[in-house]
Design a protein around this ligand. Structure first.
Ligand code: NAD
Ligand code: ZN
Length: 596
């Protein structure tokens, strides 16, 4: 479908080409804006705008050719809005006019019409015509009637953020039925500087058309950034309901999630209304899970305030809480609809917390991105001391632009690796590098997660070299950068060979009978997978690795490697606020299950 217009001479996907043309010809002065209702109706019923509405309702925004076309035009940001516009008929007029204005502005940046449309969208917020559903405002239209038959989502979606489909076949007597069910989920990630500055549109664009925002906020974060949060929403005239939660490891139990569910119900959150989650990884996991459960799926926007959340837990589709004494046992796959990483929040984080978060960035660099690795080699320590370029420190270089590049590259790498395996349906996960043996000794050693992971990375690089998969020079570069960042390559807990062997056995069990240990392969920035060493091989490797790692700076020990060193709880802490059900006991001879 769509309107009949000649295409531009480029190879742009046709729907995008048509939208560009519409943006360019859109009349910027259709009516007197003093009478908002009349102006809106004149706009909506103009040929150009109706053509744009038909186009955006029909465009398959999930099609890769559309994504590529927008990327080539430098308009990736338009994609999320285009996806929401597919169900625009059921949204408010203010929402649609605003979204359409933004999309056309990105596609036809020089033309005056789209900017005027965005302006109109902002003015419509909170007005009677602005709050009317577009379907009702437009009235009967033939193209809308036919849409009801061909694409029910476009005229009657329950949420703009999800689509489902599938097909069914049945035997002649209908006693045997086979069905395929699919669900499409999409998400947007943005790396932004100072997202709570009053002139930043990202959150206002999301929440102003809704008129309110219900937010879960980490209790430490509210202390540092609560004023800015309230000032931002106040400035934009958006009612803000703040639900403060302490989010320490001990709070990661199912009762916390249950409490959150009660709060969502009390606030009357609708199933298409994105909840805001502002905090670190613990809140990302628990509040994300509450959103997954509420209405069976409620969208949420993740505003990450810690490094680990910003590049890993925040955009992660894996929401969870602890259960029956096991970390992250219960959960759901439920990615945020929008994930925002803003390094300026890191200014309020202590050095030790930030340093151990860097291990997750380094992990991505080693197995996926050689450029990112080189960047960490050059500015890694300064990223910690200057809190990613957000604090001026005497005698330290300005690393602001490098810090921005590190964050953006880490987010991109994370998504590229994880979103193709959203439901963890296979084991070839490069980002499990450093996480194969470390779960076995992180807790007993009381190590910060990042230090346990960096020890795992050092050992993995050593094993890769030993298996002739990695040149010696690259192994030494990896060990050197770990030390330079103040992370650990060694802890005496590795001398407990029983412990490390048990860790490996559990990991083999968890990964379905094979170890699939991701390691750098061939060079830094590429990945391969190791099979499990035998026990004698593992023990010999641990003995040799000890010699190598302890010869490094600080004897291989990182700066403030233990949780107690930086005032965080012991990593063995699991959510204890759970119902008193006896923990199930594993059958004899089988290892106790571990959760990711
Ligand atoms: N779902 C996933 O895929 C995934 C991935 C990685 C980690 N995780 C989970 O994330 C958690 C670790 O995340 P984390 O390191 O963000 O821990 P966290 O959420 O516990 O945050 C660490 C501490 O920093 C505080 N904090 C957060 N932002 C702050 C800021 N801007 N200023 C000052 N203090 C701030 C928090 O209140 C907390 O006390 C673990 O529970 C882990 O299981 C989940
Ligand atoms: Zn990790």
């Amino acid at each position: 479908m769509g309107i009949d217009m000649p295409l531009p001479a480029t190879s742009i996907a046709p729907p995008i080409g048509r939208l560009i043309q519409i943006g360019e010809v859109l009349d910027p002065s259709p009516a007197d804006l003093a009478d908002l209702e009349a102006a809106t109706m004149t706009m909506l019923t103009s040929t150009d705008l109706e053509a744009a509405l038909i186009e955006v309702t029909h465009v398959d925004a999930d099609d890769e050719s559309i994504s590529r076309a927008l990327a080539d035009l430098g308009a990736v940001e338009a994609l999320g809005d285009l996806r929401r516009l597919r169900t625009g008929l059921t949204a408010s007029t203010a929402t649609v006019v605003g979204l359409l204005g933004r999309v056309l502005e990105m596609l036809a940046p020089e033309a005056p019409g789209p900017a005027m449309l965005s302006d109109l969208g902002r003015r419509l917020i909170g007005t009677a015509i602005g709050e009317r559903r577009l379907l009702d405002a437009l009235g009967p239209r033939e193209w809308i009637d036919s849409l009801a038959l061909t694409d029910p989502h476009s005229v009657a979606a329950t949420s703009p953020y999800r689509r489902s489909g599938g097909h069914v076949v049945a035997s002649d007597d209908d006693r045997a039925v086979e069905a395929v069910m699919t669900q499409e989920t999409f998400t947007s990630l943005r790396v932004v500087d100072r997202v709570l500055d009053l002139d930043q549109p990202l959150l206002a664009d999301m929440y102003a058309p809704l008129g309110r925002c219900v937010a879960f906020v980490d209790s430490n974060v509210i202390g540092h950034h609560g004023d800015a949060l309230r000032a931002y929403f106040g400035h934009h005239g958006i009612e803000l309901t703040v639900l403060v939660h302490r989010a320490m490891e001990v709070d990661k139990g199912v009762r916390t999630v249950e409490h959150m569910l009660g709060e969502l119900k009390a606030a009357g959150v609708a199933r298409h209304e994105p909840v805001l989650v502002m905090g670190g990884g613990v809140l990302a996991d628990t509040a994300g899970l509450a959103c997954a459960l509420y209405h069976r799926s409620t969208p949420y926007v993740m505003l990450s305030t810690s490094l680990v959340a910003g590049i890993d837990a925040g955009p992660s589709p894996r929401t969870c809480c602890d259960g029956f004494g096991y970390k992250n046992l219960l959960g759901a796959y439920h990615p945020p609809i929008l994930s925002i990483t803003d390094r300026h929040f890191f200014a309020s984080m202590p050095e030790g917390w930030l340093r151990h978060g860097l291990a997750e960035v380094l992990k991505m660099a080693i197995v996926d991105d050689a450029e990112l690795f080189a960047l960490l080699e050059s500015v890694g320590p300064e990223l910690v001391t200057t809190r990613f370029g957000t604090l001026a420190v005497d005698g330290q270089p300005d690393v602001e632009s490098e810090a921005g590049r590190v964050i953006a590259a880490a987010v991109r790498s994370y998504v590229a690796a994880e979103y193709g395996n959203l439901y963890e349906t296979h084991q070839l996960r490069p980002h499990a590098y450093g996480h194969t043996w470390s779960p076995g000794f992180e807790i007993s050693a009381g190590l910060l997660h990042g230090h346990a992971v960096s020890i795992g990375m050092g050992f993995g690089a050593f094993l890769a070299h030993r298996a002739d998969l990695l040149p010696e020079r690259d192994m030494h570069r990896i060990l050197a950068v770990i030390s330079r960042l103040g992370l650990s390559t060694w802890h005496d807990v590795l001398d407990d060979h029983d412990l490390v062997w048990t860790a490996q056995e559990r990991m083999v069990e968890k990964r379905g009978g094979q170890l699939y240990a991701p390691v750098p392969r061939g060079r830094i920035g590429a990945v391969g997978y190791l099979d499990a060493p035998t026990r004698p091989e593992l023990e010999a490797a641990l003995r040799d690795y000890r010699v190598l790692a302890t010869a490094g700076p600080r004897g291989g020990i990182g700066i403030e490697p233990h949780c107690r060193d930086v005032g965080l709880e012991d990593p063995a802490t699991v959510g204890t606020d759970e119902p008193s059900i006896e923990a199930p006991v594993a059958p004899p001879g089988r290892p106790r299950p571990t959760a990711a």
